[in-house]
Design a protein around this ligand. Structure first.
Ligand SMILES: Cc1ncc(COP(=O)(O)O)c(C=O)c1O
Length: 440
């Protein structure tokens, strides 16, 4: 693989960009000795500045359910940019898109558009507090909800010896620069353990505005909820009079037309969307039943933003929703089918090569973890056993042969509607070779 041009960009970049790019996960921390610099994407492929072609399974961290430069997206953006980029006024397109979303989401009456998942989560928590008058929010170890101070607690993998007793997990701030005050009202519990949740609710429900979670733990590889767990969480939230907030930034408009809520039969009180929603444009949303959403009307609970409801992005959302739901939701079925195939065939390749690689998935989201366990059922199992260096070596080996698996060791890989059977076959062929070549 040629890397000269990327190496030169990296030298230039390091003089003017921190880590040579715009997020730690894209830089040398995950791509050693330097990241490849990209210039083009089309369908499920992307090309770097050295001309290397990759089958992309990272897909912008899940932002591209239709893949890169979908012809209808290109067309609508070309047409609409002629009419202006952004007005910061009420927009016809936001009404259309909100109507489409509400039509797809049983549990949602109203939508509010923002730009990023982080903002949406921050707003949702503020709404929960404003609506209930209660101060605390309960999140879970290993769940990431963006980089807002109040939620930046216990999201990263840590040595298990630092995590404390599961009845009372140590709250571990994920960054310097956070004041203890910013996470004082953020409680942390063990996920996928209904008794652990009930213990906290028994003790503190009178102070807890919402229980918030990803439906699938997707920032620690892919860890599915145990059968019945999410419904049980919802029941407990009702019983203890606490709002149930499902962060669907990753799962929304990916796992099913109605997201994880549909897949698992849930009626959350608040949901947030991002990533797949914008099909590569920064569009996020907070959504829910009217009695919850109306908490932000007239700034009672404040949600502002000059860039809210980005006009061009909303045209992309409209196309994405139309494409994914066409032919009785064929887009969603394809994503799931490819994710399932990748999972089964990667697992078979690992067994064949005698590697301790376990691939878990929910629909289109899948991730290989090198572990001696048969299954990773929670954050602590991931922290205790995941060999992150081995994943890095595997992903680097895949990229050498034109398969872009994310370099971010704790994230996940994904399918899009433009992946073909040949892409899957080629990926498995390369994986088989890399797994055989890697030390056991
Ligand atoms: C579950 C979840 N919530 C929120 C966020 C934050 O979204 P964004 O990166 O758009 O700010 C992420 C990002 O990875 C996420 O995975």
């Amino acid at each position: 693989m040629k890397t000269d041009a990327s190496a030169q960009f990296f030298d230039r970049a390091m003089k003017v960009l921190v880590e040579g790019c715009s997020s730690a996960s894209r830089g040398p921390l995950n791509y050693s000795p330097h990241p490849a610099y990209f210039r083009k994407g089309k369908g499920a492929r992307m090309w770097d500045v050295d001309g290397n072609e990759f089958i992309d399974w990272q897909l912008s961290f899940g932002c591209l359910p239709l893949g890169h430069a979908h012809p209808r997206i290109v067309e609508v953006i070309r047409n609409e940019v002629e009419n202006g980029t952004h007005f910061a006024t009420a927009l016809e397109i936001e009404v259309e898109v909100a109507e489409m979303m509400v039509g797809m989401l049983d549990h949602v009456d109203k939508v509010r558009f923002a730009n990023t998942g982080t903002e949406a989560c921050m707003t949702a928590v503020r709404m929960a507090r404003g609506l209930t008058g209660k101060r605390k929010v309960l999140k879970f170890e290993g769940h990431y909800h963006g980089w807002y101070d109040g939620l930046l607690v216990s999201s990263n993998p840590q040595p298990v010896t630092t995590l404390g007793h599961p009845n009372d997990p140590v709250r571990i701030p994920d960054s310097s620069g956070l004041t203890p005050g910013s996470w004082e009202d953020t409680l942390v519990a063990v996920w996928n353990d209904i008794d652990a949740l009930e213990r906290v609710l028994k003790r503190s429900a009178h102070e807890i505005a919402c229980v918030m979670m990803e439906a699938v733990m997707s920032n620690m590889g892919v860890i599915p909820p145990k059968p019945g767990y999410l419904k049980h969480v919802q029941e407990l939230c009702h019983r203890y009079d606490v709002l149930f907030y499902l962060d669907e930034t990753v799962t929304g408009f990916r796992l099913a037309p109605g997201g994880a809520a549909e897949l698992y039969g849930l009626q959350p009180d608040i949901v947030t969307f991002g990533k797949a929603l914008g099909q590569g444009f920064p569009v996020a949303a907070i959504a829910g039943p009217s009695h919850v959403m109306d908490s932000i009307e007239y700034g009672k609970v404040l949600h502002y933003g000059s860039q809210n409801a980005p006009r061009l992005g909303l045209y992309a959302v409209k196309v994405m929703l139309e494409e994914m739901t066409r032919d009785d939701n064929a887009g969603f079925r394809k994503l799931t089918d490819i994710g399932n195939q990748m999972t089964d065939r990667l697992n078979a390749a690992a067994r064949d090569a005698g590697q301790n690689m376990v691939v878990q998935n929910v629909g289109s989201m899948f991730h290989p973890v090198f572990t001696d366990l048969d299954e990773i059922d929670g954050y602590r199992a991931f922290c205790a056993t995941a060999d992150l260096a081995k994943y890095s070596a595997f992903a680097a080996g895949m990229r050498e042969d034109g398969i872009f698996f994310t370099g971010n060791k704790i994230l996940h890989n994904l399918s899009c509607t433009t992946h073909t059977q040949a892409d899957v076959d080629r990926t498995i062929e390369v994986a088989t070779k890399v797994l055989h070549e890697m030390p056991k």
